[in-house]
Design a protein around this ligand. Structure first.
Ligand code: SAM
Length: 216
């Protein structure tokens, strides 16, 4: 067994299961995606560390536990169509691509979107489409989505994203008026105009920058 495979199994047991995460679909997905392929070369030995890691453009690849927690909160089914805002390294998009038929992911930094696209192709995630742009506007041509995951913290939940959910759809997003800490919330679309919001706890994300996020 390769060293990375061993580290990956240990990460799933020690960082996810040990913290009470028991969603087998999500555990299998994190056990399948080679996180080292999405980690900057100079940090490859830290690929399975229990923390976020820096990537280009002053951004981060999220901590494995946070990726797992947010993915589990989306309650995904295999035929779901999912939108991710904040592609970053492409790692979380690959995790979503392990579980779901079609994944759309948007990144505001072109260099990150381009690198993620190459890495997702190299690792075989051909069901993930990457777009360079402002994800707070969603992806109208591909909407509606069964699930939306936002991997950056904004001051409020973008109305445009709420409207791109199917009825019964779920969105997980960090929100808060401070740039330093946010509340992770799950929004469920109950009917055309009704949404239910649940608090999933405190988190700290890089800022969501865009038309319905923070200013540049
Ligand atoms: N999901 C990523 C991964 O697995 O590596 C981690 C994402 S990182 C925590 C957040 C990303 O959101 C950054 O790459 C940042 O550039 C991006 N971002 C921030 N605001 C955005 C926006 N309005 N649209 C698209 N991407 C945005």
């Amino acid at each position: 067994m390769s060293n990375f495979k061993k580290l990956r199994q240990r990460m799933v047991n020690d960082q996810l299961v040990a913290r009470g995460l028991h969603d087998q679909t999500v555990l299998n997905a994190l056990n399948a995606v080679p996180r080292e392929a999405f980690t900057p070369t100079n940090l490859i030995e830290s690929a399975y560390r229990d923390s976020p890691l820096p990537i280009e453009e002053n951004q981060t690849i999220s901590q494995p536990y946070i990726v797992a927690l947010m993915t589990a909160a989306l309650e995904l089914k295999s035929d779901d169509r999912v939108l991710e805002v904040g592609t970053g390294s492409g790692y979380a998009a690959a995790v979503l691509g392990e579980i779901c038929k079609t994944v759309y992911t948007i990144e505001r930094h072109k260099a990150l979107a381009d690198t993620a696209q190459v890495k997702l192709k190299e690792t075989g995630y051909i069901n993930v489409q990457v777009k360079h742009g402002d994800g707070t506007l969603g992806w109208p041509e591909k909407s509606p989505f069964d699930a939306i995951i936002v991997a950056a913290g904004g001051p409020e939940v973008p109305q445009t994203l709420k409207e791109q959910l199917v009825i019964g759809g779920r969105m997980v997003i960090p929100v808060g008026k401070s740039l330093k800490s946010q509340k992770l919330v799950r929004i469920r679309r109950i009917s055309k105009d009704e949404y239910k919001t649940e608090d999933l706890g405190g988190v700290r994300f890089v800022p969501l920058i865009g038309a319905a996020g923070w200013g540049e």
